[in-house]
Ligand binder design. Structure first.
Ligand SMILES: NC(=O)C1=CN([C@@H]2O[C@H](COP(=O)(O)OP(=O)(O)OC[C@H]3O[C@@H](n4cnc5c(N)ncnc54)[C@H](O)[C@@H]3O)[C@@H](O)[C@H]2O)C=CC1
Ligand SMILES: O=C(O)/C=C\C(=O)CC(=O)O
Length: 367
């Protein structure tokens, strides 16, 4: 963007601790710094043993463990978690796990105002955003509220060593999607552009290294750093067509979050590319100078063994048209006008999983 354009940039106070082992060694200190005495630890069922080590490290400050986080935060899960926090007399929460655990922690914060500490174990980036999501009656709602933004984020690359390679790749691409949409958001700013470029560069360097050696702790750290940057981009900008489509596919059709982002991103970007030349230029630089950014992302996913079609993820072809109508029926910011036909085209391409179309005018602006 040029400096003849107007922009605003808002950031909120968040303390970040980043070091191998920090989940256990830093979380109690973060609780103490925030003056918290009784914390409920929330996690998903598969993350319970790791969350228990954090709960043990909290000692007397731990008010209990609530291992019930699930993807897309069903509203009844939020109700139960709020009841658990009240029953425990907690004055704060620690979410240990991926975006689902952090999402449940945010739902508690939204309803109770209690502060949240996030200890992420995937690359969802949720820990860096004031964005919450809740699913009710087959529809996912999202919103923004500063109260849900974690007050401390404890990044521990060791926690991500157990992340299966498939989720490592798809979660990493979920993070890339945040940077991509931030770059063409109406509230993009020069700082967001720098964070997005660095986030994309770092993540696309780290993922092939992790495919070669999932235990490469340095690459794990680099991916987590990239997730931080990409999450911060999402946290300060407005989501567009890509995120809205993924929310419909996740909330209404039950598709898995990170995998869905991975499949949809090249096609949503190919669709928006002609209306977002500056975003394409930044992304092209981050990806080493490619002339076809959507295709480069599609090839990256394929090389790393990620799913490439919504059919593989279990969407029925008959669901493509109603899902598109639903995603096109809501008003939201997008660089290209959102039409039912356009959204159906994106979804059909993602359903089939072939290479994204190289649209006229979608080459990066080299001027
Ligand atoms: N509000 C926001 O800003 C954002 C919210 N989200 C939300 O986050 C959710 C998805 O989060 P994800 O992180 O993609 O998935 P997730 O948190 O559901 O985790 C996926 C699976 O991986 C397991 N897992 C997590 N970390 C692991 C580790 N280190 N080792 C082994 N297994 C591990 C989990 O137990 C779960 O079974 C969605 O509900 C999405 O809407 C995602 C991005 C941003
Ligand atoms: O569901 C939420 O918590 C809201 C936002 C996201 O999931 C962001 C994303 O689609 O990755």
């Amino acid at each position: 963007m040029t400096f003849q354009e107007e922009f605003t940039y808002e950031t909120r106070p968040v303390r970040v601790v980043f070091r191998p082992g920090a989940a256990v060694t830093a979380t109690p200190d973060e609780a103490a710094r925030l003056g918290l005495r009784r914390l409920l630890v929330v996690c998903g069922s598969r993350g319970e043993s790791v969350a228990r080590t954090v709960a043990d490290a909290l000692g007397d400050r731990c008010a209990g463990l609530h291992p019930e986080a699930r993807m897309h935060v069903p509203v009844e899960d939020a109700d139960r978690a709020v009841a658990a926090v009240r029953a425990a007399g907690a004055d704060g929460c620690v979410a240990v796990g991926g975006g689902s655990a952090i999402g449940l922690g945010k739902a508690i914060a939204l309803r109770t105002g209690l502060p949240l500490i996030a200890v992420p174990s995937t690359y969802s980036g949720s820990e860096m955003t004031p964005v919450w999501g809740l699913t009710e009656h087959g529809a996912k709602r999202t919103g923004r509220d500063p109260v849900v933004q974690p007050r401390s984020v404890v990044y521990d690359p060791r926690l991500t060593l157990s992340l299966p390679l498939s989720l490592t790749v798809t979660s990493g691409i979920n993070a890339l999607a945040h940077a991509v949409e931030a770059l063409y958001a109406p509230d993009v700013s020069p700082l967001v552009s720098v964070m997005a470029e660095e986030g994309v560069r770092a993540m696309t360097e780290a993922l092939p290294r992790l495919a070669a050696d999932p235990e490469d702790l340095d690459a794990r750290g680099r991916a987590l750093y990239a997730a931080w940057l990409c999450g911060a981009c999402l946290g300060t900008t407005t989501m567009g067509l890509h995120h809205k489509l993924c929310h419909v596919l996740g909330g209404t059709y039950g598709l898995p979050h990170a995998e869905t982002h991975t499949v949809v991103l090249p096609h949503a970007l190919a669709h928006n590319a002609p209306a977002a030349p500056q975003a394409l230029t930044v992304l092209s630089c981050a990806l080493g100078g490619t002339d076809d950014v959507p295709r480069a992302l599609w090839e990256l996913a394929g090389r790393l063994g990620a799913p490439r079609s919504l059919a593989e993820l279990g969407l029925a072809e008959a669901d493509v048209a109603p899902a598109a109508a639903r995603a096109a029926g809501e008003p939201y910011a997008n660089p290209r006008e959102v039409t039912a036909e356009g959204v159906r085209g994106v979804l059909l391409a993602a359903y089939e999983g072939g290479p994204p179309e190289h649209a006229e005018g979608s080459t990066p602006d080299r001027a």
